[in-house]
Structure formats: structure tokens, C-alpha cells
Design a protein around this ligand. Sequence first.
Ligand SMILES: *Cc1c(COP(=O)(O)O)cnc(C)c1O
Length: 373
Amino acid sequence: MPRPLQAVIDMGALASNHALAKRLAPGARAFATIKADAYGHGTRRVERALAGADGFAVCEIEQAAALRTLARSARRDRPVLLLEGCFCTRDLLLCALEGITTVVHDIAQVEMLERTRLDPAVDVFVKMNSGMNRLGFAPSRFGAAVERLQALPAVRSITLMTHFASADEPEGIAAQMAVFEAHAAAFPGLPRSLANSAALLRYPESHADWVRPGLMLYGISPFADRDAASLGLQPAMRLESEVIAVQALVAGDRVGYAGTFRADGPMRVGIVACGYADGYPRHAPTGTPVLVDGQRSRLLGRVSMDMLAVDLTALPAAGVGCPVVLWGGALPAEEVATAAGTIAYELLCALAPRVPVREQAAGEGSMPGAEAD
Ligand SMILES: *Cc1c(COP(=O)(O)O)cnc(C)c1O
């Protein structure tokens, strides 16, 4: 029998979350953001689940080229956006050859376009740093960069782009929107792309021509004050395993490396086949929620490489072979992430390659609450 740990990817949930993104931004096209192996869900799998997507956004040019090849073979000529742009002339030539849409965020990338003869010409998204101070042209330099790109035969189309730092925070997007609009106003004819998941969900004024949802496609809420279910999202990944051993403790007994958890009375402890080498956060403390046999329980002591311990004291019927959900289904990854001092993005992306993935077809096992058992 294989080790009982597996990640279950709900193909119907992916499609449903994508449909919700499209409904919420009816006037925009959407780049489904599938960087980082589709936030741990598998690029090819998500590409299949979202067969009707308008386009895909990724970070690596090899992945962008593979997605363009797939699109061509399926006769769906949809764009693929390279989010950090080209790192060298070779990348740029590949963009032209494969029809990859590339971000242009600094002057070196403009110069690369000026130096390189491209046939066919490329579609570019020129990025403004409207306040996040990560990638993009300073607002005062943005117009000049756009004009240089407009003059180039190597450039076929230009879309104006920015990215929000705090769309999921109370601060919102108003200040960055104002900067962007003020400096994009000189180019009224050019399409625009601003919104990540949080902005798509909360700020319709940011939708413009292309939205770029990522996290919401995977059924995770970007907001601390709204859960995914209340937004109409369905979690797409469930990480599940089983209890593989049970220990009976008496007062004073300790659990795991360094014995950081100490029993203050008789307890039953279940050992679960899942550890930090599987992508479970090692810093999750005692008390982090875990579902055992559909019931809420808690993590005990330190997470090991291949195992972790859970409290079975209140679950007398739970024993070896009992199903465990680490996140997903009735246990939102957001909650586990918060307990572990991180964000759901990091949990999903950290899913280790050694964890087998099972695809759950749309409709299969999707009875409400069925995930909880
Ligand atoms: C990752 C990313 C997104 C998607 O963000 P989510 O918060 O996951 O929706 C959109 N745009 C850019 C530029 C990104 O890097």
C-alpha cells in the first residue's frame, strides 16, 4: 500500500472559481495566474481544468512556451503573459517565435527591444510602479517608456499595467489607482491591466481590460475578514493522510523532537504521515487545527520531516487508519496558514513533489460537506 498522504485537486472547484472571476469582471478578459506550478496545483492540470481561460500568466519562459504550444495544438490562440518579462535577448526571440506576451518593467528591457530585430513583433505589457516598489517604471518615467515602445517595429501591441500592494488590506487600492490613472491618462487608447484576486473581488473600478486572478482560482480568500465560502469560492486542494500509529500518554510524557509538548494528564496521540518534507509548515505550533475523522483536532509538538502528531484524546473512536485532513475541504488552508504564521499562498506553493496528486473530476464527491469525512 502506498503511504497514505495525498493531495486531492478538485477540477470542478477550479472551474467554478474561474467562472466566478469571469462573472465578477464581466467586461474584462482574465489571465489565469498559474505561476509557481499553479500555486502547487500543477500547471498542466490547471490548464486543463480552465480550458476556456482567456489567457495564462506565468514567471518562467519555458513554461510560457509550453503553454503556447499547448494552445496552438488545441487551436486556442490565447495569450500567455510572462510576468517578470525577458531576462536576455534569447528570451525575447523566444517570445516573438512563440507569441508570448511579455512584461516590460525597466529600461534595460526597452533597450533590448530597441536592439533586437523581431519578426513577428511582440505584444508587451508595460508596467508602472504605482507604489509597491517592486517592478515597474517610476510614474514620472512611464510615459517616456511607453512612447519609446510605441516607436518600435518590434512591438505589436502595448497594454498598460500595474500591481497592487494592499488590495487585500484595509488600505485598499485608491492611492495606487490614482497614481496609475494620472500617468496612464496620456494614452487613452491603450488597454489596461491592474487587478489581482483581491482587487477583482473588492474593487470593480480596477477591472479594466485584463484582470489577473491567482489565489481566488484555487478557492482561497485573499482577505483576513472574509472566508472563501462567503465569497462563493471552493477550495481546490485538499491535503489528506491517515493516522499511522497511536500513543497513550500519561502526565509528564512529551511528544516529538525536543519534547516541546508535555501532557498534563492521560492523552491519546495520533501520528500522521505528513511532515515538513511534504510541504506542511514546520513552524506550525501546538494547537494548529487538523481534521481527524471529520472532527477538529489540534497539532501537538514539533512537526517532523515525515510525520506530525495530533490530539486524539477527545476522539476515542479514532485510531490507526483514521482519515486526516491537513488543509482543504472543511478546514480552510487560510486557517492553518494563520496558525502557522504564514499565508495560504505559501502553503499551497510548498506542496512537495513527493506528494502524490489525485485529480477529482468535476462532480465527483462534491456533495456539500463530503470533504469533511
Ligand atoms: C501573482 C500575481 C498576480 C495574482 O495575484 P493573486 O493575489 O494570487 O490573485 C497578479 N499579478 C501579478 C503581477 C502577480 O505577480
